[in-house]
Write a protein that binds this ligand. Structure first.
Ligand code: CAA
Length: 259
């Protein structure tokens, strides 16, 4: 697939995906979704790629939301019949390998929701998160009311959804929405460095750790604890477990097979 709205490059074992519609503040339309779905599927399928970073082009925005111009005249029945926005779940959230959102500037509406689809967010000090859909007469549709509430709790999520107010980087870190804040000029380098660190881990263990933390986010404690034990037990069958434990005992770095 030829990409027009995103850029994809490989930096060693890290795939860097950049939303590339800076004039529209990287607004997310159907083509962006199709291209991102293709890029994430290729990343997942490539045995040499182990972690990805998603970022926005331009300093002003990670993404300013779903494309309002695409939605403005669309009949309601089409939204329903197309199951509009469901593709984000199958095309982006379903990615099995870990990926990081590196957010500078606006992450609003679908942009905030896309960032929250990542396994974690590293924010520039310029980042601003918000769910302003109410001002358009609608509500979040790509997970904002659910993931934001789970991430920052009911009080802040409710206030943000009802008023559309934005949360700056410091509040986002304090509230647990982002893992850490870095100066805007260092954002990409820091995100790529963290991704490279993850990419150097035993790959199956990284995928399982991702799945387990997401299970904690998405299910109850009893189900989560059972899943965690079973996944731990399954990982003990891998060559990388034998290697990792032998390497520890022999005081040397592990060499991973990815199986
Ligand atoms: N969709 C389409 N185009 C958008 C856009 C969006 N979500 N956000 C910005 N743009 C476009 C603008 O229309 C403008 O294009 P033109 O130059 O062709 O007019 C360009 O990007 C630059 O934007 P502004 O001139 O508005 O820039 P600004 O600095 O004055 O304001 C902003 C920046 C506060 C982010 C403002 O652009 C804004 O409020 N954007 C919309 C934010 C929003 O409501 N997002 C939610 C969308 S709905 C949604 O996402 C639903 C969901 O749950 C998935």
């Amino acid at each position: 697939m030829t990409y027009e709205m995103i850029l994809v490059e490989q930096r060693g074992a890290v795939t860097l995906i950049t939303l590339n519609r800076p004039k529209a503040l990287n607004a997310l339309n159907s083509q962006v979704l199709a291209e991102l779905s293709d890029a994430f599927a290729a990343f997942d399928a490539d045995p040499a790629q182990h972690c990805a970073v998603l970022t926005g082009s331009g300093e002003k925005a990670f993404a300013a939301g779903a494309d309002i111009k695409e939605m403005a005249d669309k009949p309601a029945a089409d939204f329903f019949l197309e199951d509009f926005f469901s593709g984000w779940q199958t095309g982006v959230v379903a990615t099995r390998k870990p990926w990081i959102a590196a957010v500078a500037g606006f992450a609003l509406g679908g942009g905030c929701e896309l960032a929250m689809m990542a396994d974690f967010i590293i924010a520039a000090d310029t980042a601003k998160f918000g769910q302003p859909e109410i001002k358009l007469g609608v509500a979040p549709g790509m997970g904002g009311s659910q993931r934001l509430t789970r991430a920052v709790g009911k009080a802040k999520a409710m206030e943000m959804c009802l008023t559309g107010r934005m949360m700056g980087a410091e509040e986002a870190e304090r509230s647990g929405l982002v893992s850490r804040i870095v100066p805007a000029a260092d954002l990409l380098e820091e995100a790529l460095k963290t991704a490279a660190e993850i990419a150097a881990m035993p790959p199956m263990a990284a995928m399982v750790n991702k799945e387990m933390v997401n299970t904690a986010f998405e299910t109850g404690l009893a189900q989560g604890l059972l899943t965690e034990r079973r996944m731990f037990q399954i990982l003990t069958a891998t060559q990388d477990k034998m290697e990792g434990m032998a390497a520890f005992i022999e005081k040397r770095p592990g060499v991973w097979q990815g199986r």
